[in-house]
Write a protein of this length. Structure first.
Length: 169
C-alpha cells in the first residue's frame, strides 16, 4: 500500500492494510517480539506528523548537548577543575553558615532507597525491571519522550510489548 493513502495527522501507527496496528499480533505468549509474525503481518507505518515528532525529538536532544558545550563549556570545565568562575551569590553566602552534609549520608540514602526499590520489585513479582519502568513512564504521560522508549529498549531488547504498546494512545 502506498503511503499517500494514510492519514497525515494521527497518533496511531498503521499496518500495510491501512488499519490501526495490532501489536498483539507480533508478540508471542510471553510478550516477546516475534520476527516471523512481524514479517507476515506488516511493517509499522507512522503518519507524517508522528515521524516529524521523532525527528525533532532526536534533533533537540542532540542540540541540548551541543548548546551546553558551546555556550557553557568553559564555565563547566572550570567548575570541574575547581577554579572560581563567578562570585558567590546570596544563596552561596548564606549556605556557608551551615555545616556541609557528610558523604556517608548520601551513601546511606542511596543504599536505603535501593533496598526499598528491590523490595517493591520482589513483592510485586516483576521479573523485568526495565519493562516495569518503561510501563510506568508510558502510563504517566511521558510516553512521547525518547527515554521511555529507547533507553529501556536498549537494555532489554526482547521485552518489546511496552515499547510497541506505547505507540498506541
Amino acid at each position: 500500500m502506498e503511503l499517500r493513502y494514510f492519514p497525515m495527522n494521527q497518533n496511531y501507527p498503521y499496518d500495510r492494510y491501512g488499519q490501526v496496528y495490532n501489536v498483539s499480533r507480533v508478540l508471542d505468549s510471553s510478550d516477546r517480539f516475534n520476527l516471523t509474525t512481524y514479517k507476515e503481518y506488516s511493517l509499522l507505518y507512522l503518519p507524517a506528523t508522528y515521524v516529524m515528532t521523532y525527528l525533532f525529538a532526536f534533533a533537540l536532544s542532540i542540540c541540548v548537548f551541543i548548546h551546553t558545550i558551546l555556550y557553557h563549556g568553559l564555565s563547566l570545565w572550570k567548575g570541574i577543575k575547581k577554579i572560581r568562575v563567578e562570585q558567590d551569590d546570596i544563596h552561596a553566602k548564606l549556605m556557608r553558615n551551615y555545616p556541609e552534609v557528610p558523604d556517608w549520608w548520601y551513601v546511606l540514602s542511596f543504599v536505603g532507597f535501593y533496598c526499598m526499590m528491590v523490595l517493591v520489585v520482589e513483592v510485586s513479582h516483576i521479573d523485568d525491571l526495565g519493562s516495569c519502568m518503561n510501563c510506568q513512564l508510558c502510563r504517566f504521560g511521558i510516553r512521547r519522550y525518547l527515554f521511555g522508549r529507547y533507553c529501556c529498549r536498549y537494555f532489554y531488547p526482547c521485552y518489546t510489548s511496552f515499547h510497541l504498546a506505547s505507540f498506541l494512545p
